[in-house]
Design a protein around this ligand. Sequence first.
Ligand code: ZN
Length: 321
Amino acid sequence: MTEPMFMIPVFHEKIWGGTGLHDRFNYDIPTDHTGEAWAISAHPHGPATIVNGEFKGQSLDTIWAQHREVFGNAKGDVFPLLTKILDAHEDLSVQVHPDDAYAAEHEHELGKTECWYVIAAEPGAKLYYGHHAQTREQLADWINNDHWDKLFRTVPVKAGDFFYVPSGTIHALGAGIMVLETQQSSDTTYRVYDWDRTDAKGRKRPLHKQQSIDVTTVPHVDPKLDITKKSVGKAIITKFVASEFFAVYEWRTNGDELHFTRGRAPYTLASVLDGRGELIVPGEKPYTLVKGMHFIIPFDIKEWTVRGDVQIIASEPGEKA
Ligand code: ZN
């Protein structure tokens, strides 16, 4: 197919969610506790639906299963990536995700390495990232005895920041942060601590202390990021990360054009975070791009141009995806 596939998000209500997804993107959110928009998703807990072209009305997981040529005949049982926008109106639970090997054995799905592009952050906002334990024994002691102040490490955050969160990293978004998350397509979360919160019925969400102790990397080491920028006239391409799981870029056109030719990756995911512009592919009329749109550029589109004044976060599967 030679058309991009546009899709609409699936929304998830969360104890920590708010109305930010409506306020910023004008999405039709279900409640005032909406936490997540699963934007480019083939995960069974919320597959996105295609809204244009040959596959209009079908879900992304169906297209992955039945039309693998769209993805350059990429291998794998499941579509490997998941793009979400998260609105942390309150702190999220502090959590950790397993790697592929642990997740395959215990959860029968992929592990979860994720990363965040920070769309917005209120003044003073912070996130929880890593921990201070030096040995697994100390980690277990602090988790089992609720020594959260000793354990947790916080990092200040502002719009435009980028964080890579490998599996095994203890993490949480803090209140007042909105991110675009690119992750392995997995829904396995081990909750370390949930701030002793209760829902409307007075129930606490379950914790997974033992699994958290098992899968957390000790000691924590910050990943080294090699962020690079390339200017084309006024337009800028930023490469945030290229890991075994995914590569993530920002395309900012700033009134100029960015021209792309397909590289190693067989397909490309894109989310428009701000502005307005056009996507031009050979043989099709231009597609209007506005804030809040999400699409996949399939294998058969070998070159494309983005123009106007848009900010896009794009991603591609990595070697291991
Ligand atoms: Zn997470």
